[in-house]
Design a protein around this ligand. Structure first.
Ligand code: NAD
Length: 454
């Protein structure tokens, strides 16, 4: 003690305390030797030879829609549940009249055998959350570009490994945040780019969706793995649908960045009540201890000082919403239902304009991507067309040598509230720093090109 200056002693004591609670501030590891940034990584492919891992509720839709896009070959499909695998292969052959893709279904690791193939450019991964990162890393190591469902990973360690692998292999790792391709989200992005809202100050984002019914998928399907997540984690387990678009409005990773966040959860009641109500007393859901607060609320502060309120709730009885709220110095947009207030409105900014009154804004600021592909996307479906629009845009970028709209840095920043909220909730809403996955590049990167080079 005598040999240690008081300032150093206090710093050491503080660090020990923080480490003991798992709250060490996020340090930025050095970029690995031989690795370089993948900001603006562009890949030019003549045709897109696609393979799929996981073709359940979500992945089967990706296969169907990729069958509708010019320049795409469906090369191989992997799913460790054989009936699901067969259904997907049959769909490609019988419904879409495409050549039969190779099938990989010999157990949990058969995707690795598929990745040995030399005729695959991209791998679309739609499996349970915890295995997204290992599968995406294996795909990039095998020389393929990885396109991964949301959230891209559930731990900070996996997130850094995704960044490091993408930077070392120079392979794309995109999280497929389809909501960024919704009509309203594209409109708001376009309006924000044109300065309609003035300087941006605040956003609100959420995933509020009553998914209790998934608990009936007991042996296979989404509920068979997702239900366990509510017993393992207490925080925001699905941050990206609401947050991705708001991050794009605010140029996060391209001029601004997430700095820190705090998070708190309500009591956990609904899953336990639902299990009691719907399943026999000896059912496994009645022996499972659910710990995830029914509604979780976080606040994020960005490096430029903006604020984002982020919510998650997959079990309470209320209508679906992602909030999709953006406030600037000149006006605000709110989603679910769509509303806008603006200082130029004749009735003044303290009244929402809705429905028909929003038409002039849509006419003036409809996003170029929606103008080009909106009708076709709606026809081909997937959450009102946003899924098809996303896949079409991915293929467009790849075939035209344009960087994809969401890179690995976006994937991890938008997913990071999953683990960060969990630690914050466990520590009385303590402040959690976001890692700087861009290693400082957010300060100099140009804003997204507004996805308008379509
Ligand atoms: N973006 C969206 O709108 C959206 C919508 C739904 C689901 N999702 C995401 O899609 C992913 C999948 O969700 P889902 O609802 O389709 O779940 P699901 O259970 O229906 O599908 C997952 C599939 O992965 C397969 N699988 C599991 N382990 C495997 C392995 N080792 N090798 C090969 N296949 C394996 C399963 O057999 C199953 O068919 C999740 O990450 C989820 O969050 C996204």
């Amino acid at each position: 003690m005598h040999d240690m200056p008081r300032r150093d002693f206090l710093a050491a004591a503080g660090a020990a305390g923080i480490a003991a609670t798992g709250l060490a501030t996020q340090s930025t590891p050095r970029r690995k030797a031989g690795a370089k940034s993948v900001a603006n990584l562009a890949v030019k492919l003549d045709r897109v030879r696609a393979a799929f891992i996981g073709v359940g509720a979500r992945g089967s839709g990706h296969v169907s829609q990729m069958c509708l896009i010019d320049g795409v070959d469906i090369v191989a499909i992997c799913d460790n549940h054989l009936p699901t695998l067969e259904r997907s292969i049959n769909n490609v052959v019988n419904r879409h009249k495409r050549p039969a893709p190779a099938a990989y279904g010999r157990g949990d690791d058969d995707y690795k055998r598929m990745l040995e193939r030399k005729d695959i450019d991209i791998v679309i991964i739609a499996t349970p959350w915890e295995i997204h990162a290992p599968m995406a890393i294996a795909a990039m190591e095998a020389g393929k570009h990885a396109f991964v469902e949301v959230p891209v990973a559930t731990t900070i360690d996996h997130m850094w490994k995704l960044v490091d692998t993408s930077e070392r292999t120079q392979k794309i790792c995109m999280m497929m945040e389809n909501v960024c391709y919704g009509r309203e989200e594209l409109l708001v992005l376009n309006m924000a780019r044109h300065g309609v809202f003035g300087d941006l100050l605040h956003g609100e984002a959420s995933y509020i969706h009553d998914l209790r019914g998934q608990m009936f998928e007991v042996e296979h399907g989404t509920g068979s793995w997702r239900t366990y997540a509510y017993a393992q984690h207490n925080g925001n387990l699905y941050p990206t649908h609401g947050l991705g678009p708001v991050a794009q409005y605010m140029d996060v990773n391209r001029g601004d960045a997430f700095d820190y966040m705090v998070s708190i959860s309500s009591p956990s009641m609904m899953r336990t009540n639902y299990a009691k109500d719907k399943f026999p007393p000896d059912h496994k859901w009645n022996k499972t201890k659910f710990i995830c607060g029914d509604i979780n609320t976080s606040i994020i502060k960005t490096k430029l000082g903006r604020t984002i309120m982020l919510q998650w709730d997959e079990q309470l009885p209320r209508p679906y919403t992602r909030h999709n709220f953006l406030q600037g110095t000149k006006g605000a947009w709110a989603g679910f239902p769509d509303r806008m207030s603006h200082e130029t409105h004749a009735s003044g900014p303290d009244e929402w304009k809705e429905g028909k009154d929003l038409e002039p804004w849509f006419e003036k600021y409809e996003h170029p991507l929606f103008k080009r592909m909106g009708e076709e996307s709606k026809k081909n479906g997937g959450h009102g067309g946003m899924d098809f629009m996303m896949l079409w845009r991915i293929v467009y970028c790849l075939r035209n040598g344009i960087p994809v709209d969401q890179d690995v840095y976006d994937a991890v920043a938008w997913s990071a509230p999953f683990p960060l909220s969990e630690t914050s909730v466990a520590n009385r809403g303590r402040t959690m720093d976001f890692p700087d996955f861009t290693r400082g590049e957010w300060k100099t990167r140009k804003p997204l090109d507004n996805m308008s080079n379509a």
